[in-house]
Design a protein around this ligand. Sequence first.
Ligand SMILES: [Mn+2]
Length: 335
Amino acid sequence: MKKSEFYPKESPLFAAAVEQLKGKQVAVCGHLRPDGDCIGSIVAVVRVLRTLGIDAIGINRDEVPATLKAFVADTPLMLASDFELNGHVAVTVDCADKKRIGDRLIELFPEVALNVDHHISNKAYAKENLIIATASATAEILAGFYMDLGYEIDAVTAQALYVGIATDTGQFRFPSTTPETFEIARRLCEYGAQPSVAAHELYECETFAKIKLLQHFLNSLSMEFDNRVCVGLIENGVYAETGATIDDSEGLVDYARSIAGVDIGVLIEDRDGALKGSLRAKNPFYRVDQVAKQFNGGGHACAAGLNVENSSIKEFYPQLMEALGKHLETLGQPQ
Ligand SMILES: [Mn+2]
């Protein structure tokens, strides 16, 4: 084996964990409402395990979003509701908390063999936990492992890993984007990743319903805390009205954050009383994960989410603003 270049400490641990999976049936689980990094990582782990002779399939509680379907290609992937346990061993990717795999999978898998993730808040709930918080994406970690270990990366795997990195870095714009991110992405292109094809699938195949959802969101924007926080809402019933799917809210919050002078963008969605909050900061100084944590959520310093059951925007909005206000007051101004 050649010398580990990207993750000298973790790559051998990954190889050892993979060794333990040999001869077993492996279920590679992602998180609720899967994003590009989740799907890309599942696809990449399932494919690589299969090249190593391991019977692996991907499982998700929620459907693969339409914009990501093309990247799955012929990778075996199924919904948790269709999955039948047959002595499978669980591997999770991009899941900071075991809860993120969803109730049915939590029940089926009291134990997780391997947890690969880049969330700083990861609870290290598995037998082997490979958490690298400096990586921009779980896909970046996996790609680094594969390159370090000389695992076979086919064109579908390379494209899936590229998509995971491109989406989690906001197309290589977020502060998590490092020289290593570009080096890994560059090499993925050599393995067959095609950035232009990925960009077309991800950003140039929008439904009209999604644009109508964006229209609602933009109409709802309001400023808080001297224009430092911009909040947009998706009120209950808007999904039905526009015909948009819940995946279509992905990325809306970035419009709120994109405004000059705004430090934090916020999206609050109401889906029949189940609220979902998304917080996005321009600077990791703002540690929006700490605000999300106060509502049983979590995530990264610049990108965090939370879920509140049985509430309404009217009730929750002032609660979130109070928490944000206190948080901003404690933080002061970045240096
Ligand atoms: Mn991720």
